[in-house]
Design a protein around this ligand. Structure first.
Ligand code: COA
Length: 232
């Protein structure tokens, strides 16, 4: 458990424990939270850096955790800022309903792996990472349409190349309050998209934000190429 303080006030923490995954010793990060007033100021990022340092000092080179793939800020934080990868989608990981406000759409999760000493992570942390242009831009497997609904493409077309894309709305929490049916549809469609793409050999390798006709969307980049590390 590592805390971040502003004076005497605890403003954030990260909590995890040692675990075994596929026979390998890992650190599993169970919780990360920053008080709302202190968000988007790198507190979460600094907590993860501190966690990484301490875990590496124990001789462990990977940290795993889960997050809701419909939460755009978390997707950006995990894939873009930290450089995690994921090839595993867990349906209702904590059961279909819990008391947490984070769980109103069920508890589907991406299981992510932070390969602490990999080139990918080093580059992200040193600010040296440059997103390469992707030659053959496949149409997204799931796209945000003009009314904010998910539009699905045929799997065969979207998963034909080396890369695939899954878009998500930028603010699923507001959508859930304004149009619960639309939010639930997003869960169903992205669950299908991720599970099919993983079954076809893709993994999530990045996430970025895009603005389209005044609408902000998040985009997952899925790659067929190996991460260079065995995630299993
Ligand atoms: C997730 C959480 C810990 C991040 O902490 P934080 O201190 O805000 O994190 P940081 O400031 O280091 O980074 C946040 C990034 O998200 C980005 N972001 C904010 N809103 C976003 C959105 N709608 N879509 C995409 N990215 C967004 C910010 O721009 C920032 O990136 P930048 O530094 O490149 O500008 C915090 O939001 C939180 O406590 N959330 C509630 C609990 C939770 O979800 N825990 C994590 C479960 S995995």
């Amino acid at each position: 458990m590592i805390g971040a303080r502003d004076g005497q006030t605890l403003i954030g923490f990260v909590y995890g424990f040692v675990g075994l995954e596929h026979g390998r010793t890992i650190h599993h990060s169970h919780m990360l939270a920053v008080r709302p007033a202190y968000r988007n100021c790198d507190v979460g990022y600094k907590l993860k850096l501190a966690q990484r340092e301490r875990v590496l000092a124990q001789g462990i080179t990977r940290i795993t955790w889960t997050f809701d793939p419909l939460q755009s800020p978390n997707a950006y934080f995990n894939f873009c800022k930290l450089g995690v990868v994921s090839d595993t989608y867990k349906i209702n990981f904590y059961g279909p309903e819990t008391s947490s406000v984070l769980h109103r759409l069920g508890t589907d999760r991406l299981w992510v792996t932070w390969l602490l000493d990999s080139d990918r992570v080093q580059q992200r942390l040193e600010g040296k990472y440059v997103r390469h242009e992707i030659d053959s831009q496949a149409p997204p497997l799931v796209a945000v349409d003009a009314e904010g609904w998910p539009r699905e493409l045929a799997l065969k077309t979207a998963l034909a190349g080396a890369y695939a894309f899954i878009e998500i709305p930028s603010d699923i929490n507001s959508m859930q309050q304004q149009n619960a049916e639309q939010a639930v549809r997003w869960r169903e469609v992205t669950r299908h998209g991720f599970t099919e793409a993983f079954a076809a050999g893709f993994h999530v390798s990045d996430f970025f934000r895009q603005s389209r006709s005044g609408q902000s969307v998040g985009v997952y980049l899925l790659s067929r190429a190996q991460t260079g590390e065995d995630l299993r």
